[in-house]
Design a binder for this molecule. Structure first.
Ligand SMILES: Cc1cc2nc3c(=O)[nH]c(=O)nc-3n(C[C@H](O)[C@H](O)[C@H](O)COP(=O)(O)OP(=O)(O)OC[C@H]3O[C@@H](n4cnc5c(N)ncnc54)[C@H](O)[C@@H]3O)c2cc1C
Length: 382
């Protein structure tokens, strides 16, 4: 049996961040992932400045060897409505490729990497958590994404989990196709359903195009994809339309998710806890911040069980009450649609309310507590 202070299952942004923060405080940390990195992850690859800040990402250094597209704004519309341009004249977001981004973050975590090994078995005894019958630790971080094996085997509950479904295709168009595309590299195009329960996107990242759809699944998802394809054709956004093979999966949105965040030394982070932000569906920021909160809880708690409780409280403070959609969740559909049309029909309202607040978090303070800044250390013998 190999012993660690903490085992992290999943090496996406949540797992690599938790591992890095704990390793920096001197803990022996293992990250176990079924994939060998670099690996693909279905994702549009949009990150906000808050992600860059939270990760202390040096964009110059990152961009030297990886795809990095700077976005200065967004072109937005409601389905069938006029496209409105909002150019902020400064970087407001970035486009990355997940195969590169996740690999970069995992490599710098300095954790012991156990890759190409799927976790199927998680057990507990008096000495802590045992993963795959071979690895033992008092702290187990579930960072395996929406289908995280730790979430499935340890944190059971019987409440319905409303999900967002999202699918995309990322490809490298040939020269003629790229030249005829109407997508501005510095401004992703976003087309919203008027109820603001989802949108389709076309994003250029260097030589790559990413086209996709995300929607809270009140409406049948294949119909939503077909509707977005028709919209791309009607507007002539991409010559020949979007390629056929969209891929993706469901995931949970923090405000709607009733999933508990852990127990007894288990802490679920990122998609495993279901923390993505609405209405953008941005999951990377929540993955990074939850991982940082998890590290703080582990380093600041006298026992493994107390770490899970401290973490649950910290998540509620940062992301709001679980399973509570807020007042917009109680509005009737026609009123939501009317509100959405009014918002998206105005360039100024789109900019102030949808983009600056909901998408770019311009009023949201950064996380104040970081594990390393808090001077935490990993107490042994728990
Ligand atoms: C189509 C689509 C587009 C999206 N676009 C965006 C976007 O543009 N911006 C954004 O912020 N968010 C986006 N998201 C959401 C975002 O991808 C996720 O929220 C984010 O990846 C969560 O990170 P994570 O580290 O929690 O999980 P993941 O990134 O899913 O990482 C989980 C890791 O766990 C590993 N794993 C899973 N099961 C096992 C197992 N049994 N054993 C071992 N390892 C395992 C996986 O191999 C993977 O490496 C999108 C999602 C979809 C579906």
């Amino acid at each position: 049996m190999t012993r660690f202070d903490a085992i992290v299952v999943g090496g996406g942004p949540a797992g690599s961040t938790a591992a890095r923060e704990l390793a920096q405080a001197g803990a022996r940390v293992a990250v176990i992932d079924r994939a060998v990195f670099p690996r693909d992850k279905v994702c549009a690859g949009w990150i906000t400045p808050a992600v860059v800040r939270a990760l202390d990402l040096d964009l110059v250094e990152y961009g030297r060897t990886n795809t990095l597209q700077v976005f200065h704004g967004f072109d937005t519309a409601v389905f069938g409505g006029r496209l409105r341009r909002n150019d902020f004249g400064r970087p407001v977001s970035y486009g990355i490729r997940r195969s590169e981004f996740d690999h970069y973050l995992l490599a710098r975590s300095r954790a012991t990497l156990i890759v190409g090994e799927a976790v199927v078995d998680v057990a507990r005894d008096a000495g802590g958590w045992i993963v795959s019958g071979r690895y033992r630790a008092p702290i187990l971080i579930g960072a395996g994404g929406h289908f995280c094996p730790v979430a499935r085997s340890v944190v059971r509950h019987d409440r319905v989990e409303p999900v967002v479904v999202a699918q995309e295709v990322e490809y490298r168009p040939d020269g003629a196709e790229a030249a005829a595309s109407l997508i501005a590299p510095a401004r992703p195009t976003l087309i919203f359903w008027p109820d603001l329960m989802g949108y389709g996107w076309c994003v250029q990242k260097g030589p790559y195009l990413n086209v996709g759809v995300g929607r809270i699944t009140a409406r049948a998802f294949p119909a939503a994809v077909a509707e977005f394809r028709r919209e791309i054709e009607r507007r002539g956004l991409l010559p020949g339309g979007a390629p056929p093979a969209f891929k993706g999966h469901a995931y949970l949105v923090g405000r709607l998710s009733p999933r508990p965040t852990g127990r007894d030394g288990v802490l679920l982070v990122g998609d495993a806890a279901g923390l993505a932000l609405a209405p953008s569906g941005e999951g990377i920021l929540a993955a990074v911040e939850s991982a940082q909160l998890a590290a703080v809880a582990v380093l600041g708690s006298p026992t493994a069980a107390r770490a899970s409780t401290a973490y649950a409280n910290a998540i509620e403070v940062r992301f709001g009450r679980r399973g509570d959609a807020g007042w917009t969740g109680h509005l009737p559909a026609p009123l939501l649609e009317l509100g959405g049309r009014l918002l998206l029909g105005s360039r100024l309202l789109t900019r102030r309310v949808l983009l600056e607040q909901a998408f770019l978090h311009e009023g949201r303070p950064p996380l104040e507590t970081r594990a390393t800044a808090a001077g935490g250390s990993f107490p042994s013998g728990r």
